[in-house]
Design a protein around this ligand. Structure first.
Ligand code: ARG
Ligand code: ZN
Length: 889
């Protein structure tokens, strides 16, 4: 069933207080609940029935009673549906509050969906967002029902499951209850919606620490994992303490309980979950040590630990009224975790990475059939809307408030938001109102960002009148998916650079574009050359930017790449020069002007370290990804695109081989003997050196076996000299694409085997081994992937493992979109197997087929055929059905 935002209705009854009792036995867990229900006097519902959600494929009702009376009778007092239990108004007590007691049984051991209560290795754990609580018991499973979970009692086998956890505070410590079992009772003083409920039961190891809040509350911090992984928890703990401090410093927000627990789980559908006082994490975002984690992994651990911690205020203390408001907590919390990472590391690097992510994933989503506003209007399976749009574009929308209001004004808005809404379930409009009221500004037009899907286009043209020293810039907006064509309110950060002196003629100003088009003029002084506009500094709005001064575009970009004071735009200028060249190559029109610009940009980054730290330099030396390039193409031809990008890369590699070589050696020397660290400087050196490695080992002539072998040898020795996962991965990904020379292939196979052996079964490392092979550019990569599906270590039920192989392959676009349709056949078969096991993960994989309109007719037709086939699968999940149906519309 499709649910619509406009149909929101407050419930006729609220559950205000909950007591639960979990009795866990192998193959059967009995859950007893006492729900204190209060009738909602303000309800506009004409019926007073008590509506409970419950997934009958997971929950078996054993009994239900009201106020301790006789068991209710099905058909007389209540009715059970597939997804619900309705207790008739006539059966309810006349009083305003009453108690419903239910007893149900569930089988976590059989729960392969990983939603609700399930088993993962030596532990049981839960995932309730968005709608998993209804797979544990009957309950009004909607976020506007906030209740106090006064008591959660857990009973389980003592030897097998020594650790018993739930939200809040431990009010009754673990005690023996006979029969080899023990039990513990938890209580959470903060009212919460059911999606924030959590329970974890297992044989776990942990590390603990403490944090004293600014007002002096000493908080016990503990991070749990399977025992073999406890030595990989330190970085997460560091990150947690940093997060707690940062939220106090930046937003004046303190933690509110005496305990903060985090559990790492190997089987998890998403990244992590902010359950009150008991976060549950995908192991991939908690575990990290020198041997097993890359710099990217460390970065993600810090970011996600921060993200879940920040949810305690933006998500838990103030939550969403309904799921359409998801970006209220997710966009805001992503924005907060991005700011946190930027403050702890490097602002420019973080911004570049965030925008790369946005363009690579969100722009694509927004130009296809799953396109939706950050506040969607309807859904069938809410889990399908935990998207790049709600998260990343949502974060950009929050960032725009800050750009418009300044960080100080933004903070005022945040303060007012908490003052007004602490302890309640609210809407995106409430957030916008707090921002507007706190700053005494009108943000009505800003609502457009919540209403409209699609990526708007911002065009600009500029001119300079030397006689009056007046610079004029005209901004115009349009939106392909915006029929009403009402304009957005767009903050455009803007500055001007002198092309010959390199001086900044105008420091950053925020221009507010509210009309379809507007012109701004500036009086400049000390103009030596041409004034060049630096527009959308820091990527101040999630739009596509078009320079209408086509003839000047390249020279303007060169000025910005060399002199812009805005680190983001300096990088951006280089990227645009590179993509111009790649597109020209694709159109077989690449000329020397654009190639010279490419070379000049590389020359500059290679010869000067003045343009930013090593990370920035590294990003400046990377060509745009195939994914972000594809976003600017009308029709994507993945094989040709890869070739065109490859051609430019080869030209650069050939031109600058000696420089890359000597920079590589210089960095190798600098890093010698320096102990391992994950600070910005060390990360920057590794990043830059691995970019050099990539160019040094770029094979210019594929049919020259000597060259293939020589390059493979360089990567091979980089691998064996490496003492970090980052360096090993860099070398191994290069090697994984080696083919066409037996001796080189032997080096490749030796490294892959070595890596696998060294992993010694470590799940996260083995995932990398699968991923690297799935992203190979070898022509027969699909054969490898199919062979790997049969590998004893492959397990389709484990989402991380499944994504490491299958999703990584679907992102390997030239291979996945092979002209013969073999990639499409493959994914259709995987979906067929996976959908009955785990609909959430399967429906994401359906996403790989829905962009058919973006591809050439031949590919498009094959993709549509597959979608039709999947739609007919027996018992297709609502999750996959929704994505596939949208794809076929
Ligand atoms: N709230 C979590 C986070 O962003 C995401 C949980 C989503 N899970 C799901 N199955 N939809 O931190
Ligand atoms: Zn989140």
């Amino acid at each position: 069933v499709e649910i619509f935002r406009k149909d929101y209705l407050a419930p006729a009854n609220f559950v205000t207080e909950v007591s639960m009792d979990f009795d866990i036995e192998e193959g059967k867990t009995v859950v007893k609940s006492d729900l204190v229900v209060r009738k909602n006097a303000d309800s506009k519902n004409d019926k007073g029935d008590l509506l409970l959600d419950g997934d009958s494929s997971s929950v078996t009702l054993l009994s239900a009673r009201l106020d301790g009376g006789e068991p209710l009778v099905e058909g007389v007092d209540y009715e059970l549906g597939d997804q619900s239990m309705v207790i008739f108004e006539k059966a309810l007590p006349k009083s305003d509050t009453f108690t419903l007691s239910t007893e149900v049984s569930i089988v976590p051991e059989d729960n392969t969906q990983l939603s609700g209560f399930y088993k993962s290795g030596p532990m049981y754990c839960s995932q309730c967002e968005a709608e998993g609580f209804r797979r544990i018991t009957y309950y009004p499973d909607r976020p506007d029902n906030m209740a106090t979970f006064k008591s959660v009692k857990i009973t389980a086998d003592k030897a097998k499951y020594p650790v018993l956890l739930s939200n809040g505070n431990l009010v009754k410590p673990t005690e023996d209850v006979g029969g080899g079992k023990h039990s513990a009772t938890w209580s959470d003083p903060f009212p919460k919606p059911s999606y924030l409920f959590a329970i974890v039961v297992g044989d776990l190891g942990s590390i603990s620490d403490s944090f004293t809040t600014s007002s002096g509350r000493k908080v016990h911090l503990e991070i749990f994992s399977e025992k073999e992984n406890v030595d990989k928890l330190d970085y997460a703990m560091e990150s947690l303490k940093n997060s707690m401090k940062w939220d106090e410093d930046k937003f004046g927000l303190e933690y509110d309980l005496d305990i903060y627990n985090v559990v790492a789980v190997n089987d998890f559908n998403m990244g992590a979950m902010e359950n009150k006082g008991l976060n549950v994490f995908n192991t991939a975002y908690v575990l990290a040590d020198q041997k097993t984690a890359s710099d990217g992994d460390y970065e993600r651990v810090e970011g996600v630990i921060g993200h879940e911690y920040f949810h305690n205020w933006t998500g838990n203390r103030v939550t969403c009224r309904d799921w359409f408001q998801l970006t209220l907590k997710e966009g805001l919390t992503v924005f907060r975790d991005q700011e946190f990472s930027g403050d702890l590391g490097s602002k420019d690097v973080t911004r570049i990475e965030n925008v790369r992510g946005l363009r690579g994933r969100q722009f694509a989503e927004d130009s296809g059939p799953m396109s939706h506003p950050i506040r969607p209007e309807s859904y069938i399976a809410m889990d399908n809307f935990y998207t790049a749009t709600v998260y990343s574009k949502g974060a950009e929308v929050i960032r725009m408030y800050q750009t418009l209001l300044t960080p100080k004004g933004f903070r005022k808005g945040m303060d007012l938001y908490f003052e007004r809404h602490d302890g309640s379930a609210v809407t995106c409009d409430d957030f916008r109102a707090a921002m507007a009221d706190a700053n005494d500004v009108n943000l009505d037009q800003f609502e457009k960002w919540y209403l409209q899907n699609g990526t708007p286009t911002l065009s600009y043209s500029s001119s300079f009148d030397a006689s009056t020293s007046t610079f004029t810039i005209t901004l115009s907006q349009s939106s392909p998916t915006n029929p009403s064509n009402e304009p957005f309110h767009i903050p455009v950060s803007f500055g001007i650079i002198d092309s010959s002196s390199g001086e900044e003629l105008l420091p950053t100003e925020v221009l507010e574009l509210k009309e379809e088009s507007a012109t701004f003029t500036f009086k400049l002084s000390n103009v030596a050359g041409k004034p060049v506009p630096s527009i959308l500094r820091g990527f101040s709005a999630p739009v596509k930017l078009i320079n209408e001064n086509v003839d000047e575009a390249t020279s303007q970009l060169q000025t910005l790449a060399a002199y812009d004071t805005d680190g983001f735009n300096r990088w951006e200028a280089g990227q645009k020069i590179f993509s111009t060249a790649i597109f020209a190559e694709l159109a077989e029109k690449c000329d020397s002007t654009i190639l010279d610009a490419v070379f000049a940009t590389f020359q500059q980054s290679l010869s000067s370290d003045k343009l930013g730290d090593d990370s920035i330099r590294a990003y400046n030396l990377m060509l745009p990804t195939e994914g972000s390039l594809a976003e600017d193409l009308e029709t994507i031809e993945p094989v040709k695109l890869r070739e065109a990008r490859g051609t430019i890369k080869k030209l650069v590699a050939k031109e600058f081989k000696p420089q890359f070589q000597s920079l590589y050696e210089k960095l190798t020397d600098e890093m010698k003997g320096v102990p391992f660290a994950v600070d910005s400087m060390s990360i920057g050196k590794r990043r830059l050196r691995n970019v050099c490695l990539d160019f040094i080992t770029t094979t210019v002539n594929r049919s020259d076996e000597d060259e293939v072998l020589a390059n493979a040898k360089v990567a091979h020795s980089h691998y064996h000299a490496a003492n970090t996962m980052t360096d090993k991965l860099a070398a191994m990904s290069i090697l994984s694409s080696v083919y066409g020379c037996a001796e080189a292939e032997a080096l490749r196979d030796e490294v892959l085997a070595h890596f696998f052996e060294e992993a010694a079964g470590d799940a996260l490392v083995v995932n990398k081994w699968f991923s690297v092979q799935a992203s190979s550019t070898k022509p027969d990569v699909l054969d490898d992937v199919k062979r790997l599906m049969e590998h004893p270590e492959f397990n389709i039920k484990n989402p991380n493992r499944c994504r490491a192989l299958v999703s990584v392959f679907t992102a390997n676009s030239a291979a996945f979109h092979a002209e013969d349709g073999s990639g499409y056949d493959f994914i259709t078969n995987v979906i067929n197997t996976l959908d009955p096991l785990n609909p959430q993960v399967a429906s994401r994989m359906c996403g790989s087929l829905i962009q058919h309109k973006r591809y050439d007719a031949g590919r498009g037709k094959m993709m549509v055929e597959k979608l039709k086939l999947i739609k007919e699968f027996d018992g297709l999940s609502p999750d996959s059905f929704e994505v596939v149906s949208r794809g076929l519309k």
